[in-house]
Design a protein around this ligand. Structure first.
Ligand SMILES: [Zn+2]
Length: 204
């Protein structure tokens, strides 16, 4: 099983912010990552009273738009093109797709969430809103926000591929419920999750 990953910016998010994160994600995955053209912010899940969107319907509407969003760029390509041409210039199909938005998200019974996952459709959604220091009324720290985005993306991509939370705190797939969970984990998968992610081999 290969691991073709696509990332889609949603709304007014700065595409360079997403691209910089995608380059780091491609490095961790040791594979190119496809960036799609930005998707408009879905109407689904909009809750103007709370200034947030409900994550589930938001992700469902984005998933419906996916086929219409052209490839913008592929990052993390090998410097020397593969002579066999196995790296397609525009792979329309992805094994895992991640939507990244700056809209604040929540699920019923929560104040807010970092994102949502649809394991059946192999798609994930993350919001950068709660990854920024400004959200907590602290001094902006773009480097910290970017590291959080990369780690949360690695988590969401693994979950979108159907992997469960990992019990290894030194793994990007360790459970992510609080910001400190993201800050303490590294920008990589443990050997076991890496194997499952890249070969589909499941531990018994
Ligand atoms: Zn793991």
């Amino acid at each position: 099983m290969d691991l073709r990953v696509a990332i889609v910016p949603v709304g007014r998010l700065d595409p360079s912010e997403v691209e910089a994160a995608a380059v780091r994600i491609a490095k961790v995955l040791n594979r190119p990552v496809t960036l799609r053209q930005p998707a408009p912010v879905p109407k689904a899940g909009d809750d103007p009273a709370r200034g947030q969107h409900v994550a589930g319907p938001f992700l469902a509407e984005l998933r419906g738009q996916l086929a219409r969003l052209p490839v913008a760029k592929i990052v993390g390509q090998p410097a020397v093109p593969d002579p066999a041409g196995s790296v397609a210039p525009a792979a329309p199909v992805a094994d895992a797709t991640l939507f990244v938005t700056d809209v604040d998200l929540y699920r019923p019974q929560t104040d807010g969430v970092f994102g949502d996952i649809d394991t059946t459709a192999h798609v994930g959604l993350i919001s950068v809103r709660r990854l920024r220091e400004a959200f907590y009324k602290r001094k902006a720290d773009p480097a910290k926000a970017r590291a959080r985005l990369v780690k949360l993306a690695l988590y969401a991509l693994g979950r979108a591929r159907g992997l469960p939370d990992c019990r290894d705190a030194g793994c990007a797939l360790a459970a992510t419920t609080a910001l400190t969970d993201i800050d303490t984990k590294p920008e990589k998968y443990c050997a076991s999750c890496w194997r499952r992610l890249t070969t589909g081999a499941y531990r018994i």
